[in-house]
Write a protein that binds this ligand. Structure first.
Ligand code: SF4
Length: 407
């Protein structure tokens, strides 16, 4: 049954705002139904094949599949029929490697082993968020790196590459390079991507600053798979004031177009504040995202850390309910089939736990390793690992302190 979202549209002229600011409005192209069907069949055969060679025991495989089907149901509800093809790879989640690829197979193998042998198998890292610079021209209201910004850089380029090596040896399938603003360090960023690309899919998490058409092409040529551009409002003035920068909205919109033109998997990320949700901005924002032609929209809940420390920013129950309804409706309803795939981690975290610490880590711009960018659970400094003889990072980091570990 389809659900209609009861979200009041703002009376503001968001349509005019969009038309004024977007160069080439178009929804992200998805494969046709037959192609999607074939991809899903292909992935299931792939999964079965990997299970056979990894787990080997038929009875355990059957038990495992039942468990995974239930987990998927708890995580996503009914299956989401949205995917995007970029460079012969199909993406149906920002944090799962594209299929078919070795990275995808390694991801599946690791998940199967985790569930089949929960007591004996430690698991590998899947996603590493790596803040490669402390430089940033923004002063965002919600910045989680606030206390680290605009100080002397922690790592040289050579050290950045060594850190990539350390986490690739732990299995990192995706490296998400952030900051500060990673595009302030474009030359080192391009080198880090070239260095990492053979073992990990590389993404850049940016405000859109310095993502010109040429730089987007440079990222792509270096082997970058995708980009995540923060856009916290579809009304330019509100985004600019949130980021304390006079024209970052236009730069972010231009960055999205440059990234799409360069052939990058393109996501926009929004910090869904109470004011944003209470103001009825969610659906207009999605219309805006569709007009941009992005593949994914990531909804991030504000957390009281960094620049938001000690501020009353945590969402209330009614906001989370609204986000959950939105997430399910946009991803599952036929009415929204041509809209971007909506990612809302809070939905999964409250049902099945959090990946942070067990599958993913965050290296902040001072080198401290945390479960995720929003938790500030420092466990060690990777700079100390660089100075050590064996250059081995601990296998276990602190886990997510809020939601507990995912199965
Ligand atoms: S949130 Fe990102 S873009 Fe904003 S000030 Fe912090 S590091 Fe810079």
């Amino acid at each position: 049954m389809q659900t209609t979202i009861a979200i009041p549209l703002q009376k503001s002229s968001w349509r005019k705002t969009i038309v004024k600011n977007i160069v080439a409005p178009s929804a992200a192209h998805q494969p046709g139904q037959v192609e999607k069907y074939m991809v899903n069949i292909g992935k299931q055969i792939n999964l079965f094949f990997i299970a056979c060679i990894t787990i080997k025991k038929p009875s355990l495989i059957i038990k495992l599949f039942k468990q995974l089907i239930q987990l998927r149901k708890n995580t996503w509800g009914t299956p989401v029929n949205k995917m995007y093809k970029v460079d012969r790879l199909y993406f149906d989640n920002l944090y799962t490697p594209g299929w078919p690829s070795i990275a995808y197979n390694n991801y599946i193998k690791d998940e199967l082993l985790r569930h089949a042998f929960p007591l004996d198998y430690d698991g590998k890292l899947s996603v590493v968020f790596f803040a490669i610079t402390r430089k940033c021209p923004m002063r965002c209201d919600h910045c989680f790196e606030w206390d680290n910004l605009n100080k002397k850089e922690t790592f040289s380029k050579d050290e950045l590459l060594q850190i990539v090596d350390i986490y690739q040896s732990q299995g990192a399938l995706q490296m998400h390079f952030s900051g500060g603003e990673p595009m302030t360090r474009i030359h080192d960023l391009v080198d880090a991507i070239s260095h990492a690309k053979n073992k990990s899919e590389c993404f850049v998490v940016t405000s859109g600053f310095n993502v010109t058409a040429i730089n987007a092409q440079r990222l792509k040529q270096a082997g970058c798979k995708g980009i995540v551009v923060s856009i916290d409002h579809y009304i330019p003035e509100l985004h600019n004031s949130f980021r304390h920068h006079e024209n970052i909205f236009q730069q972010a919109v231009d960055a999205v177009q440059a990234a799409l033109n360069a052939g990058l998997v393109t996501t926009i990320s929004v910090c869904v504040t109470k004011t944003f949700l209470d103001g009825g901005h969610l659906l207009p924002y999605l219309q805006f995202a569709k007009s941009l032609g992005v593949h994914f929209v990531q909804l991030l809940e504000p957390k009281s850390i960094g620049h938001y420390a000690d501020k009353d920013v945590l969402l209330e129950e009614k906001h989370m309910q609204l986000l959950e309804t939105f997430f399910k409706t946009i991803n599952h309803s036929a009415e929204y089939k041509d809209y971007p795939f909506v990612l809302y981690h809070g939905y999964h975290q409250r049902r099945v736990g959090c990946y942070a610490g067990s599958r993913s880590i965050y290296i902040d711009s001072a080198g401290y390793v945390n479960a995720c960018p929003f938790c500030h659970t420092k466990s060690y400094n990777v700079g100390d690992i660089l100075k050590s003889k064996n250059k081995q990072a601990p296998v276990k980091e602190n886990l997510c302190p809020r939601y507990g570990k995912i199965a």
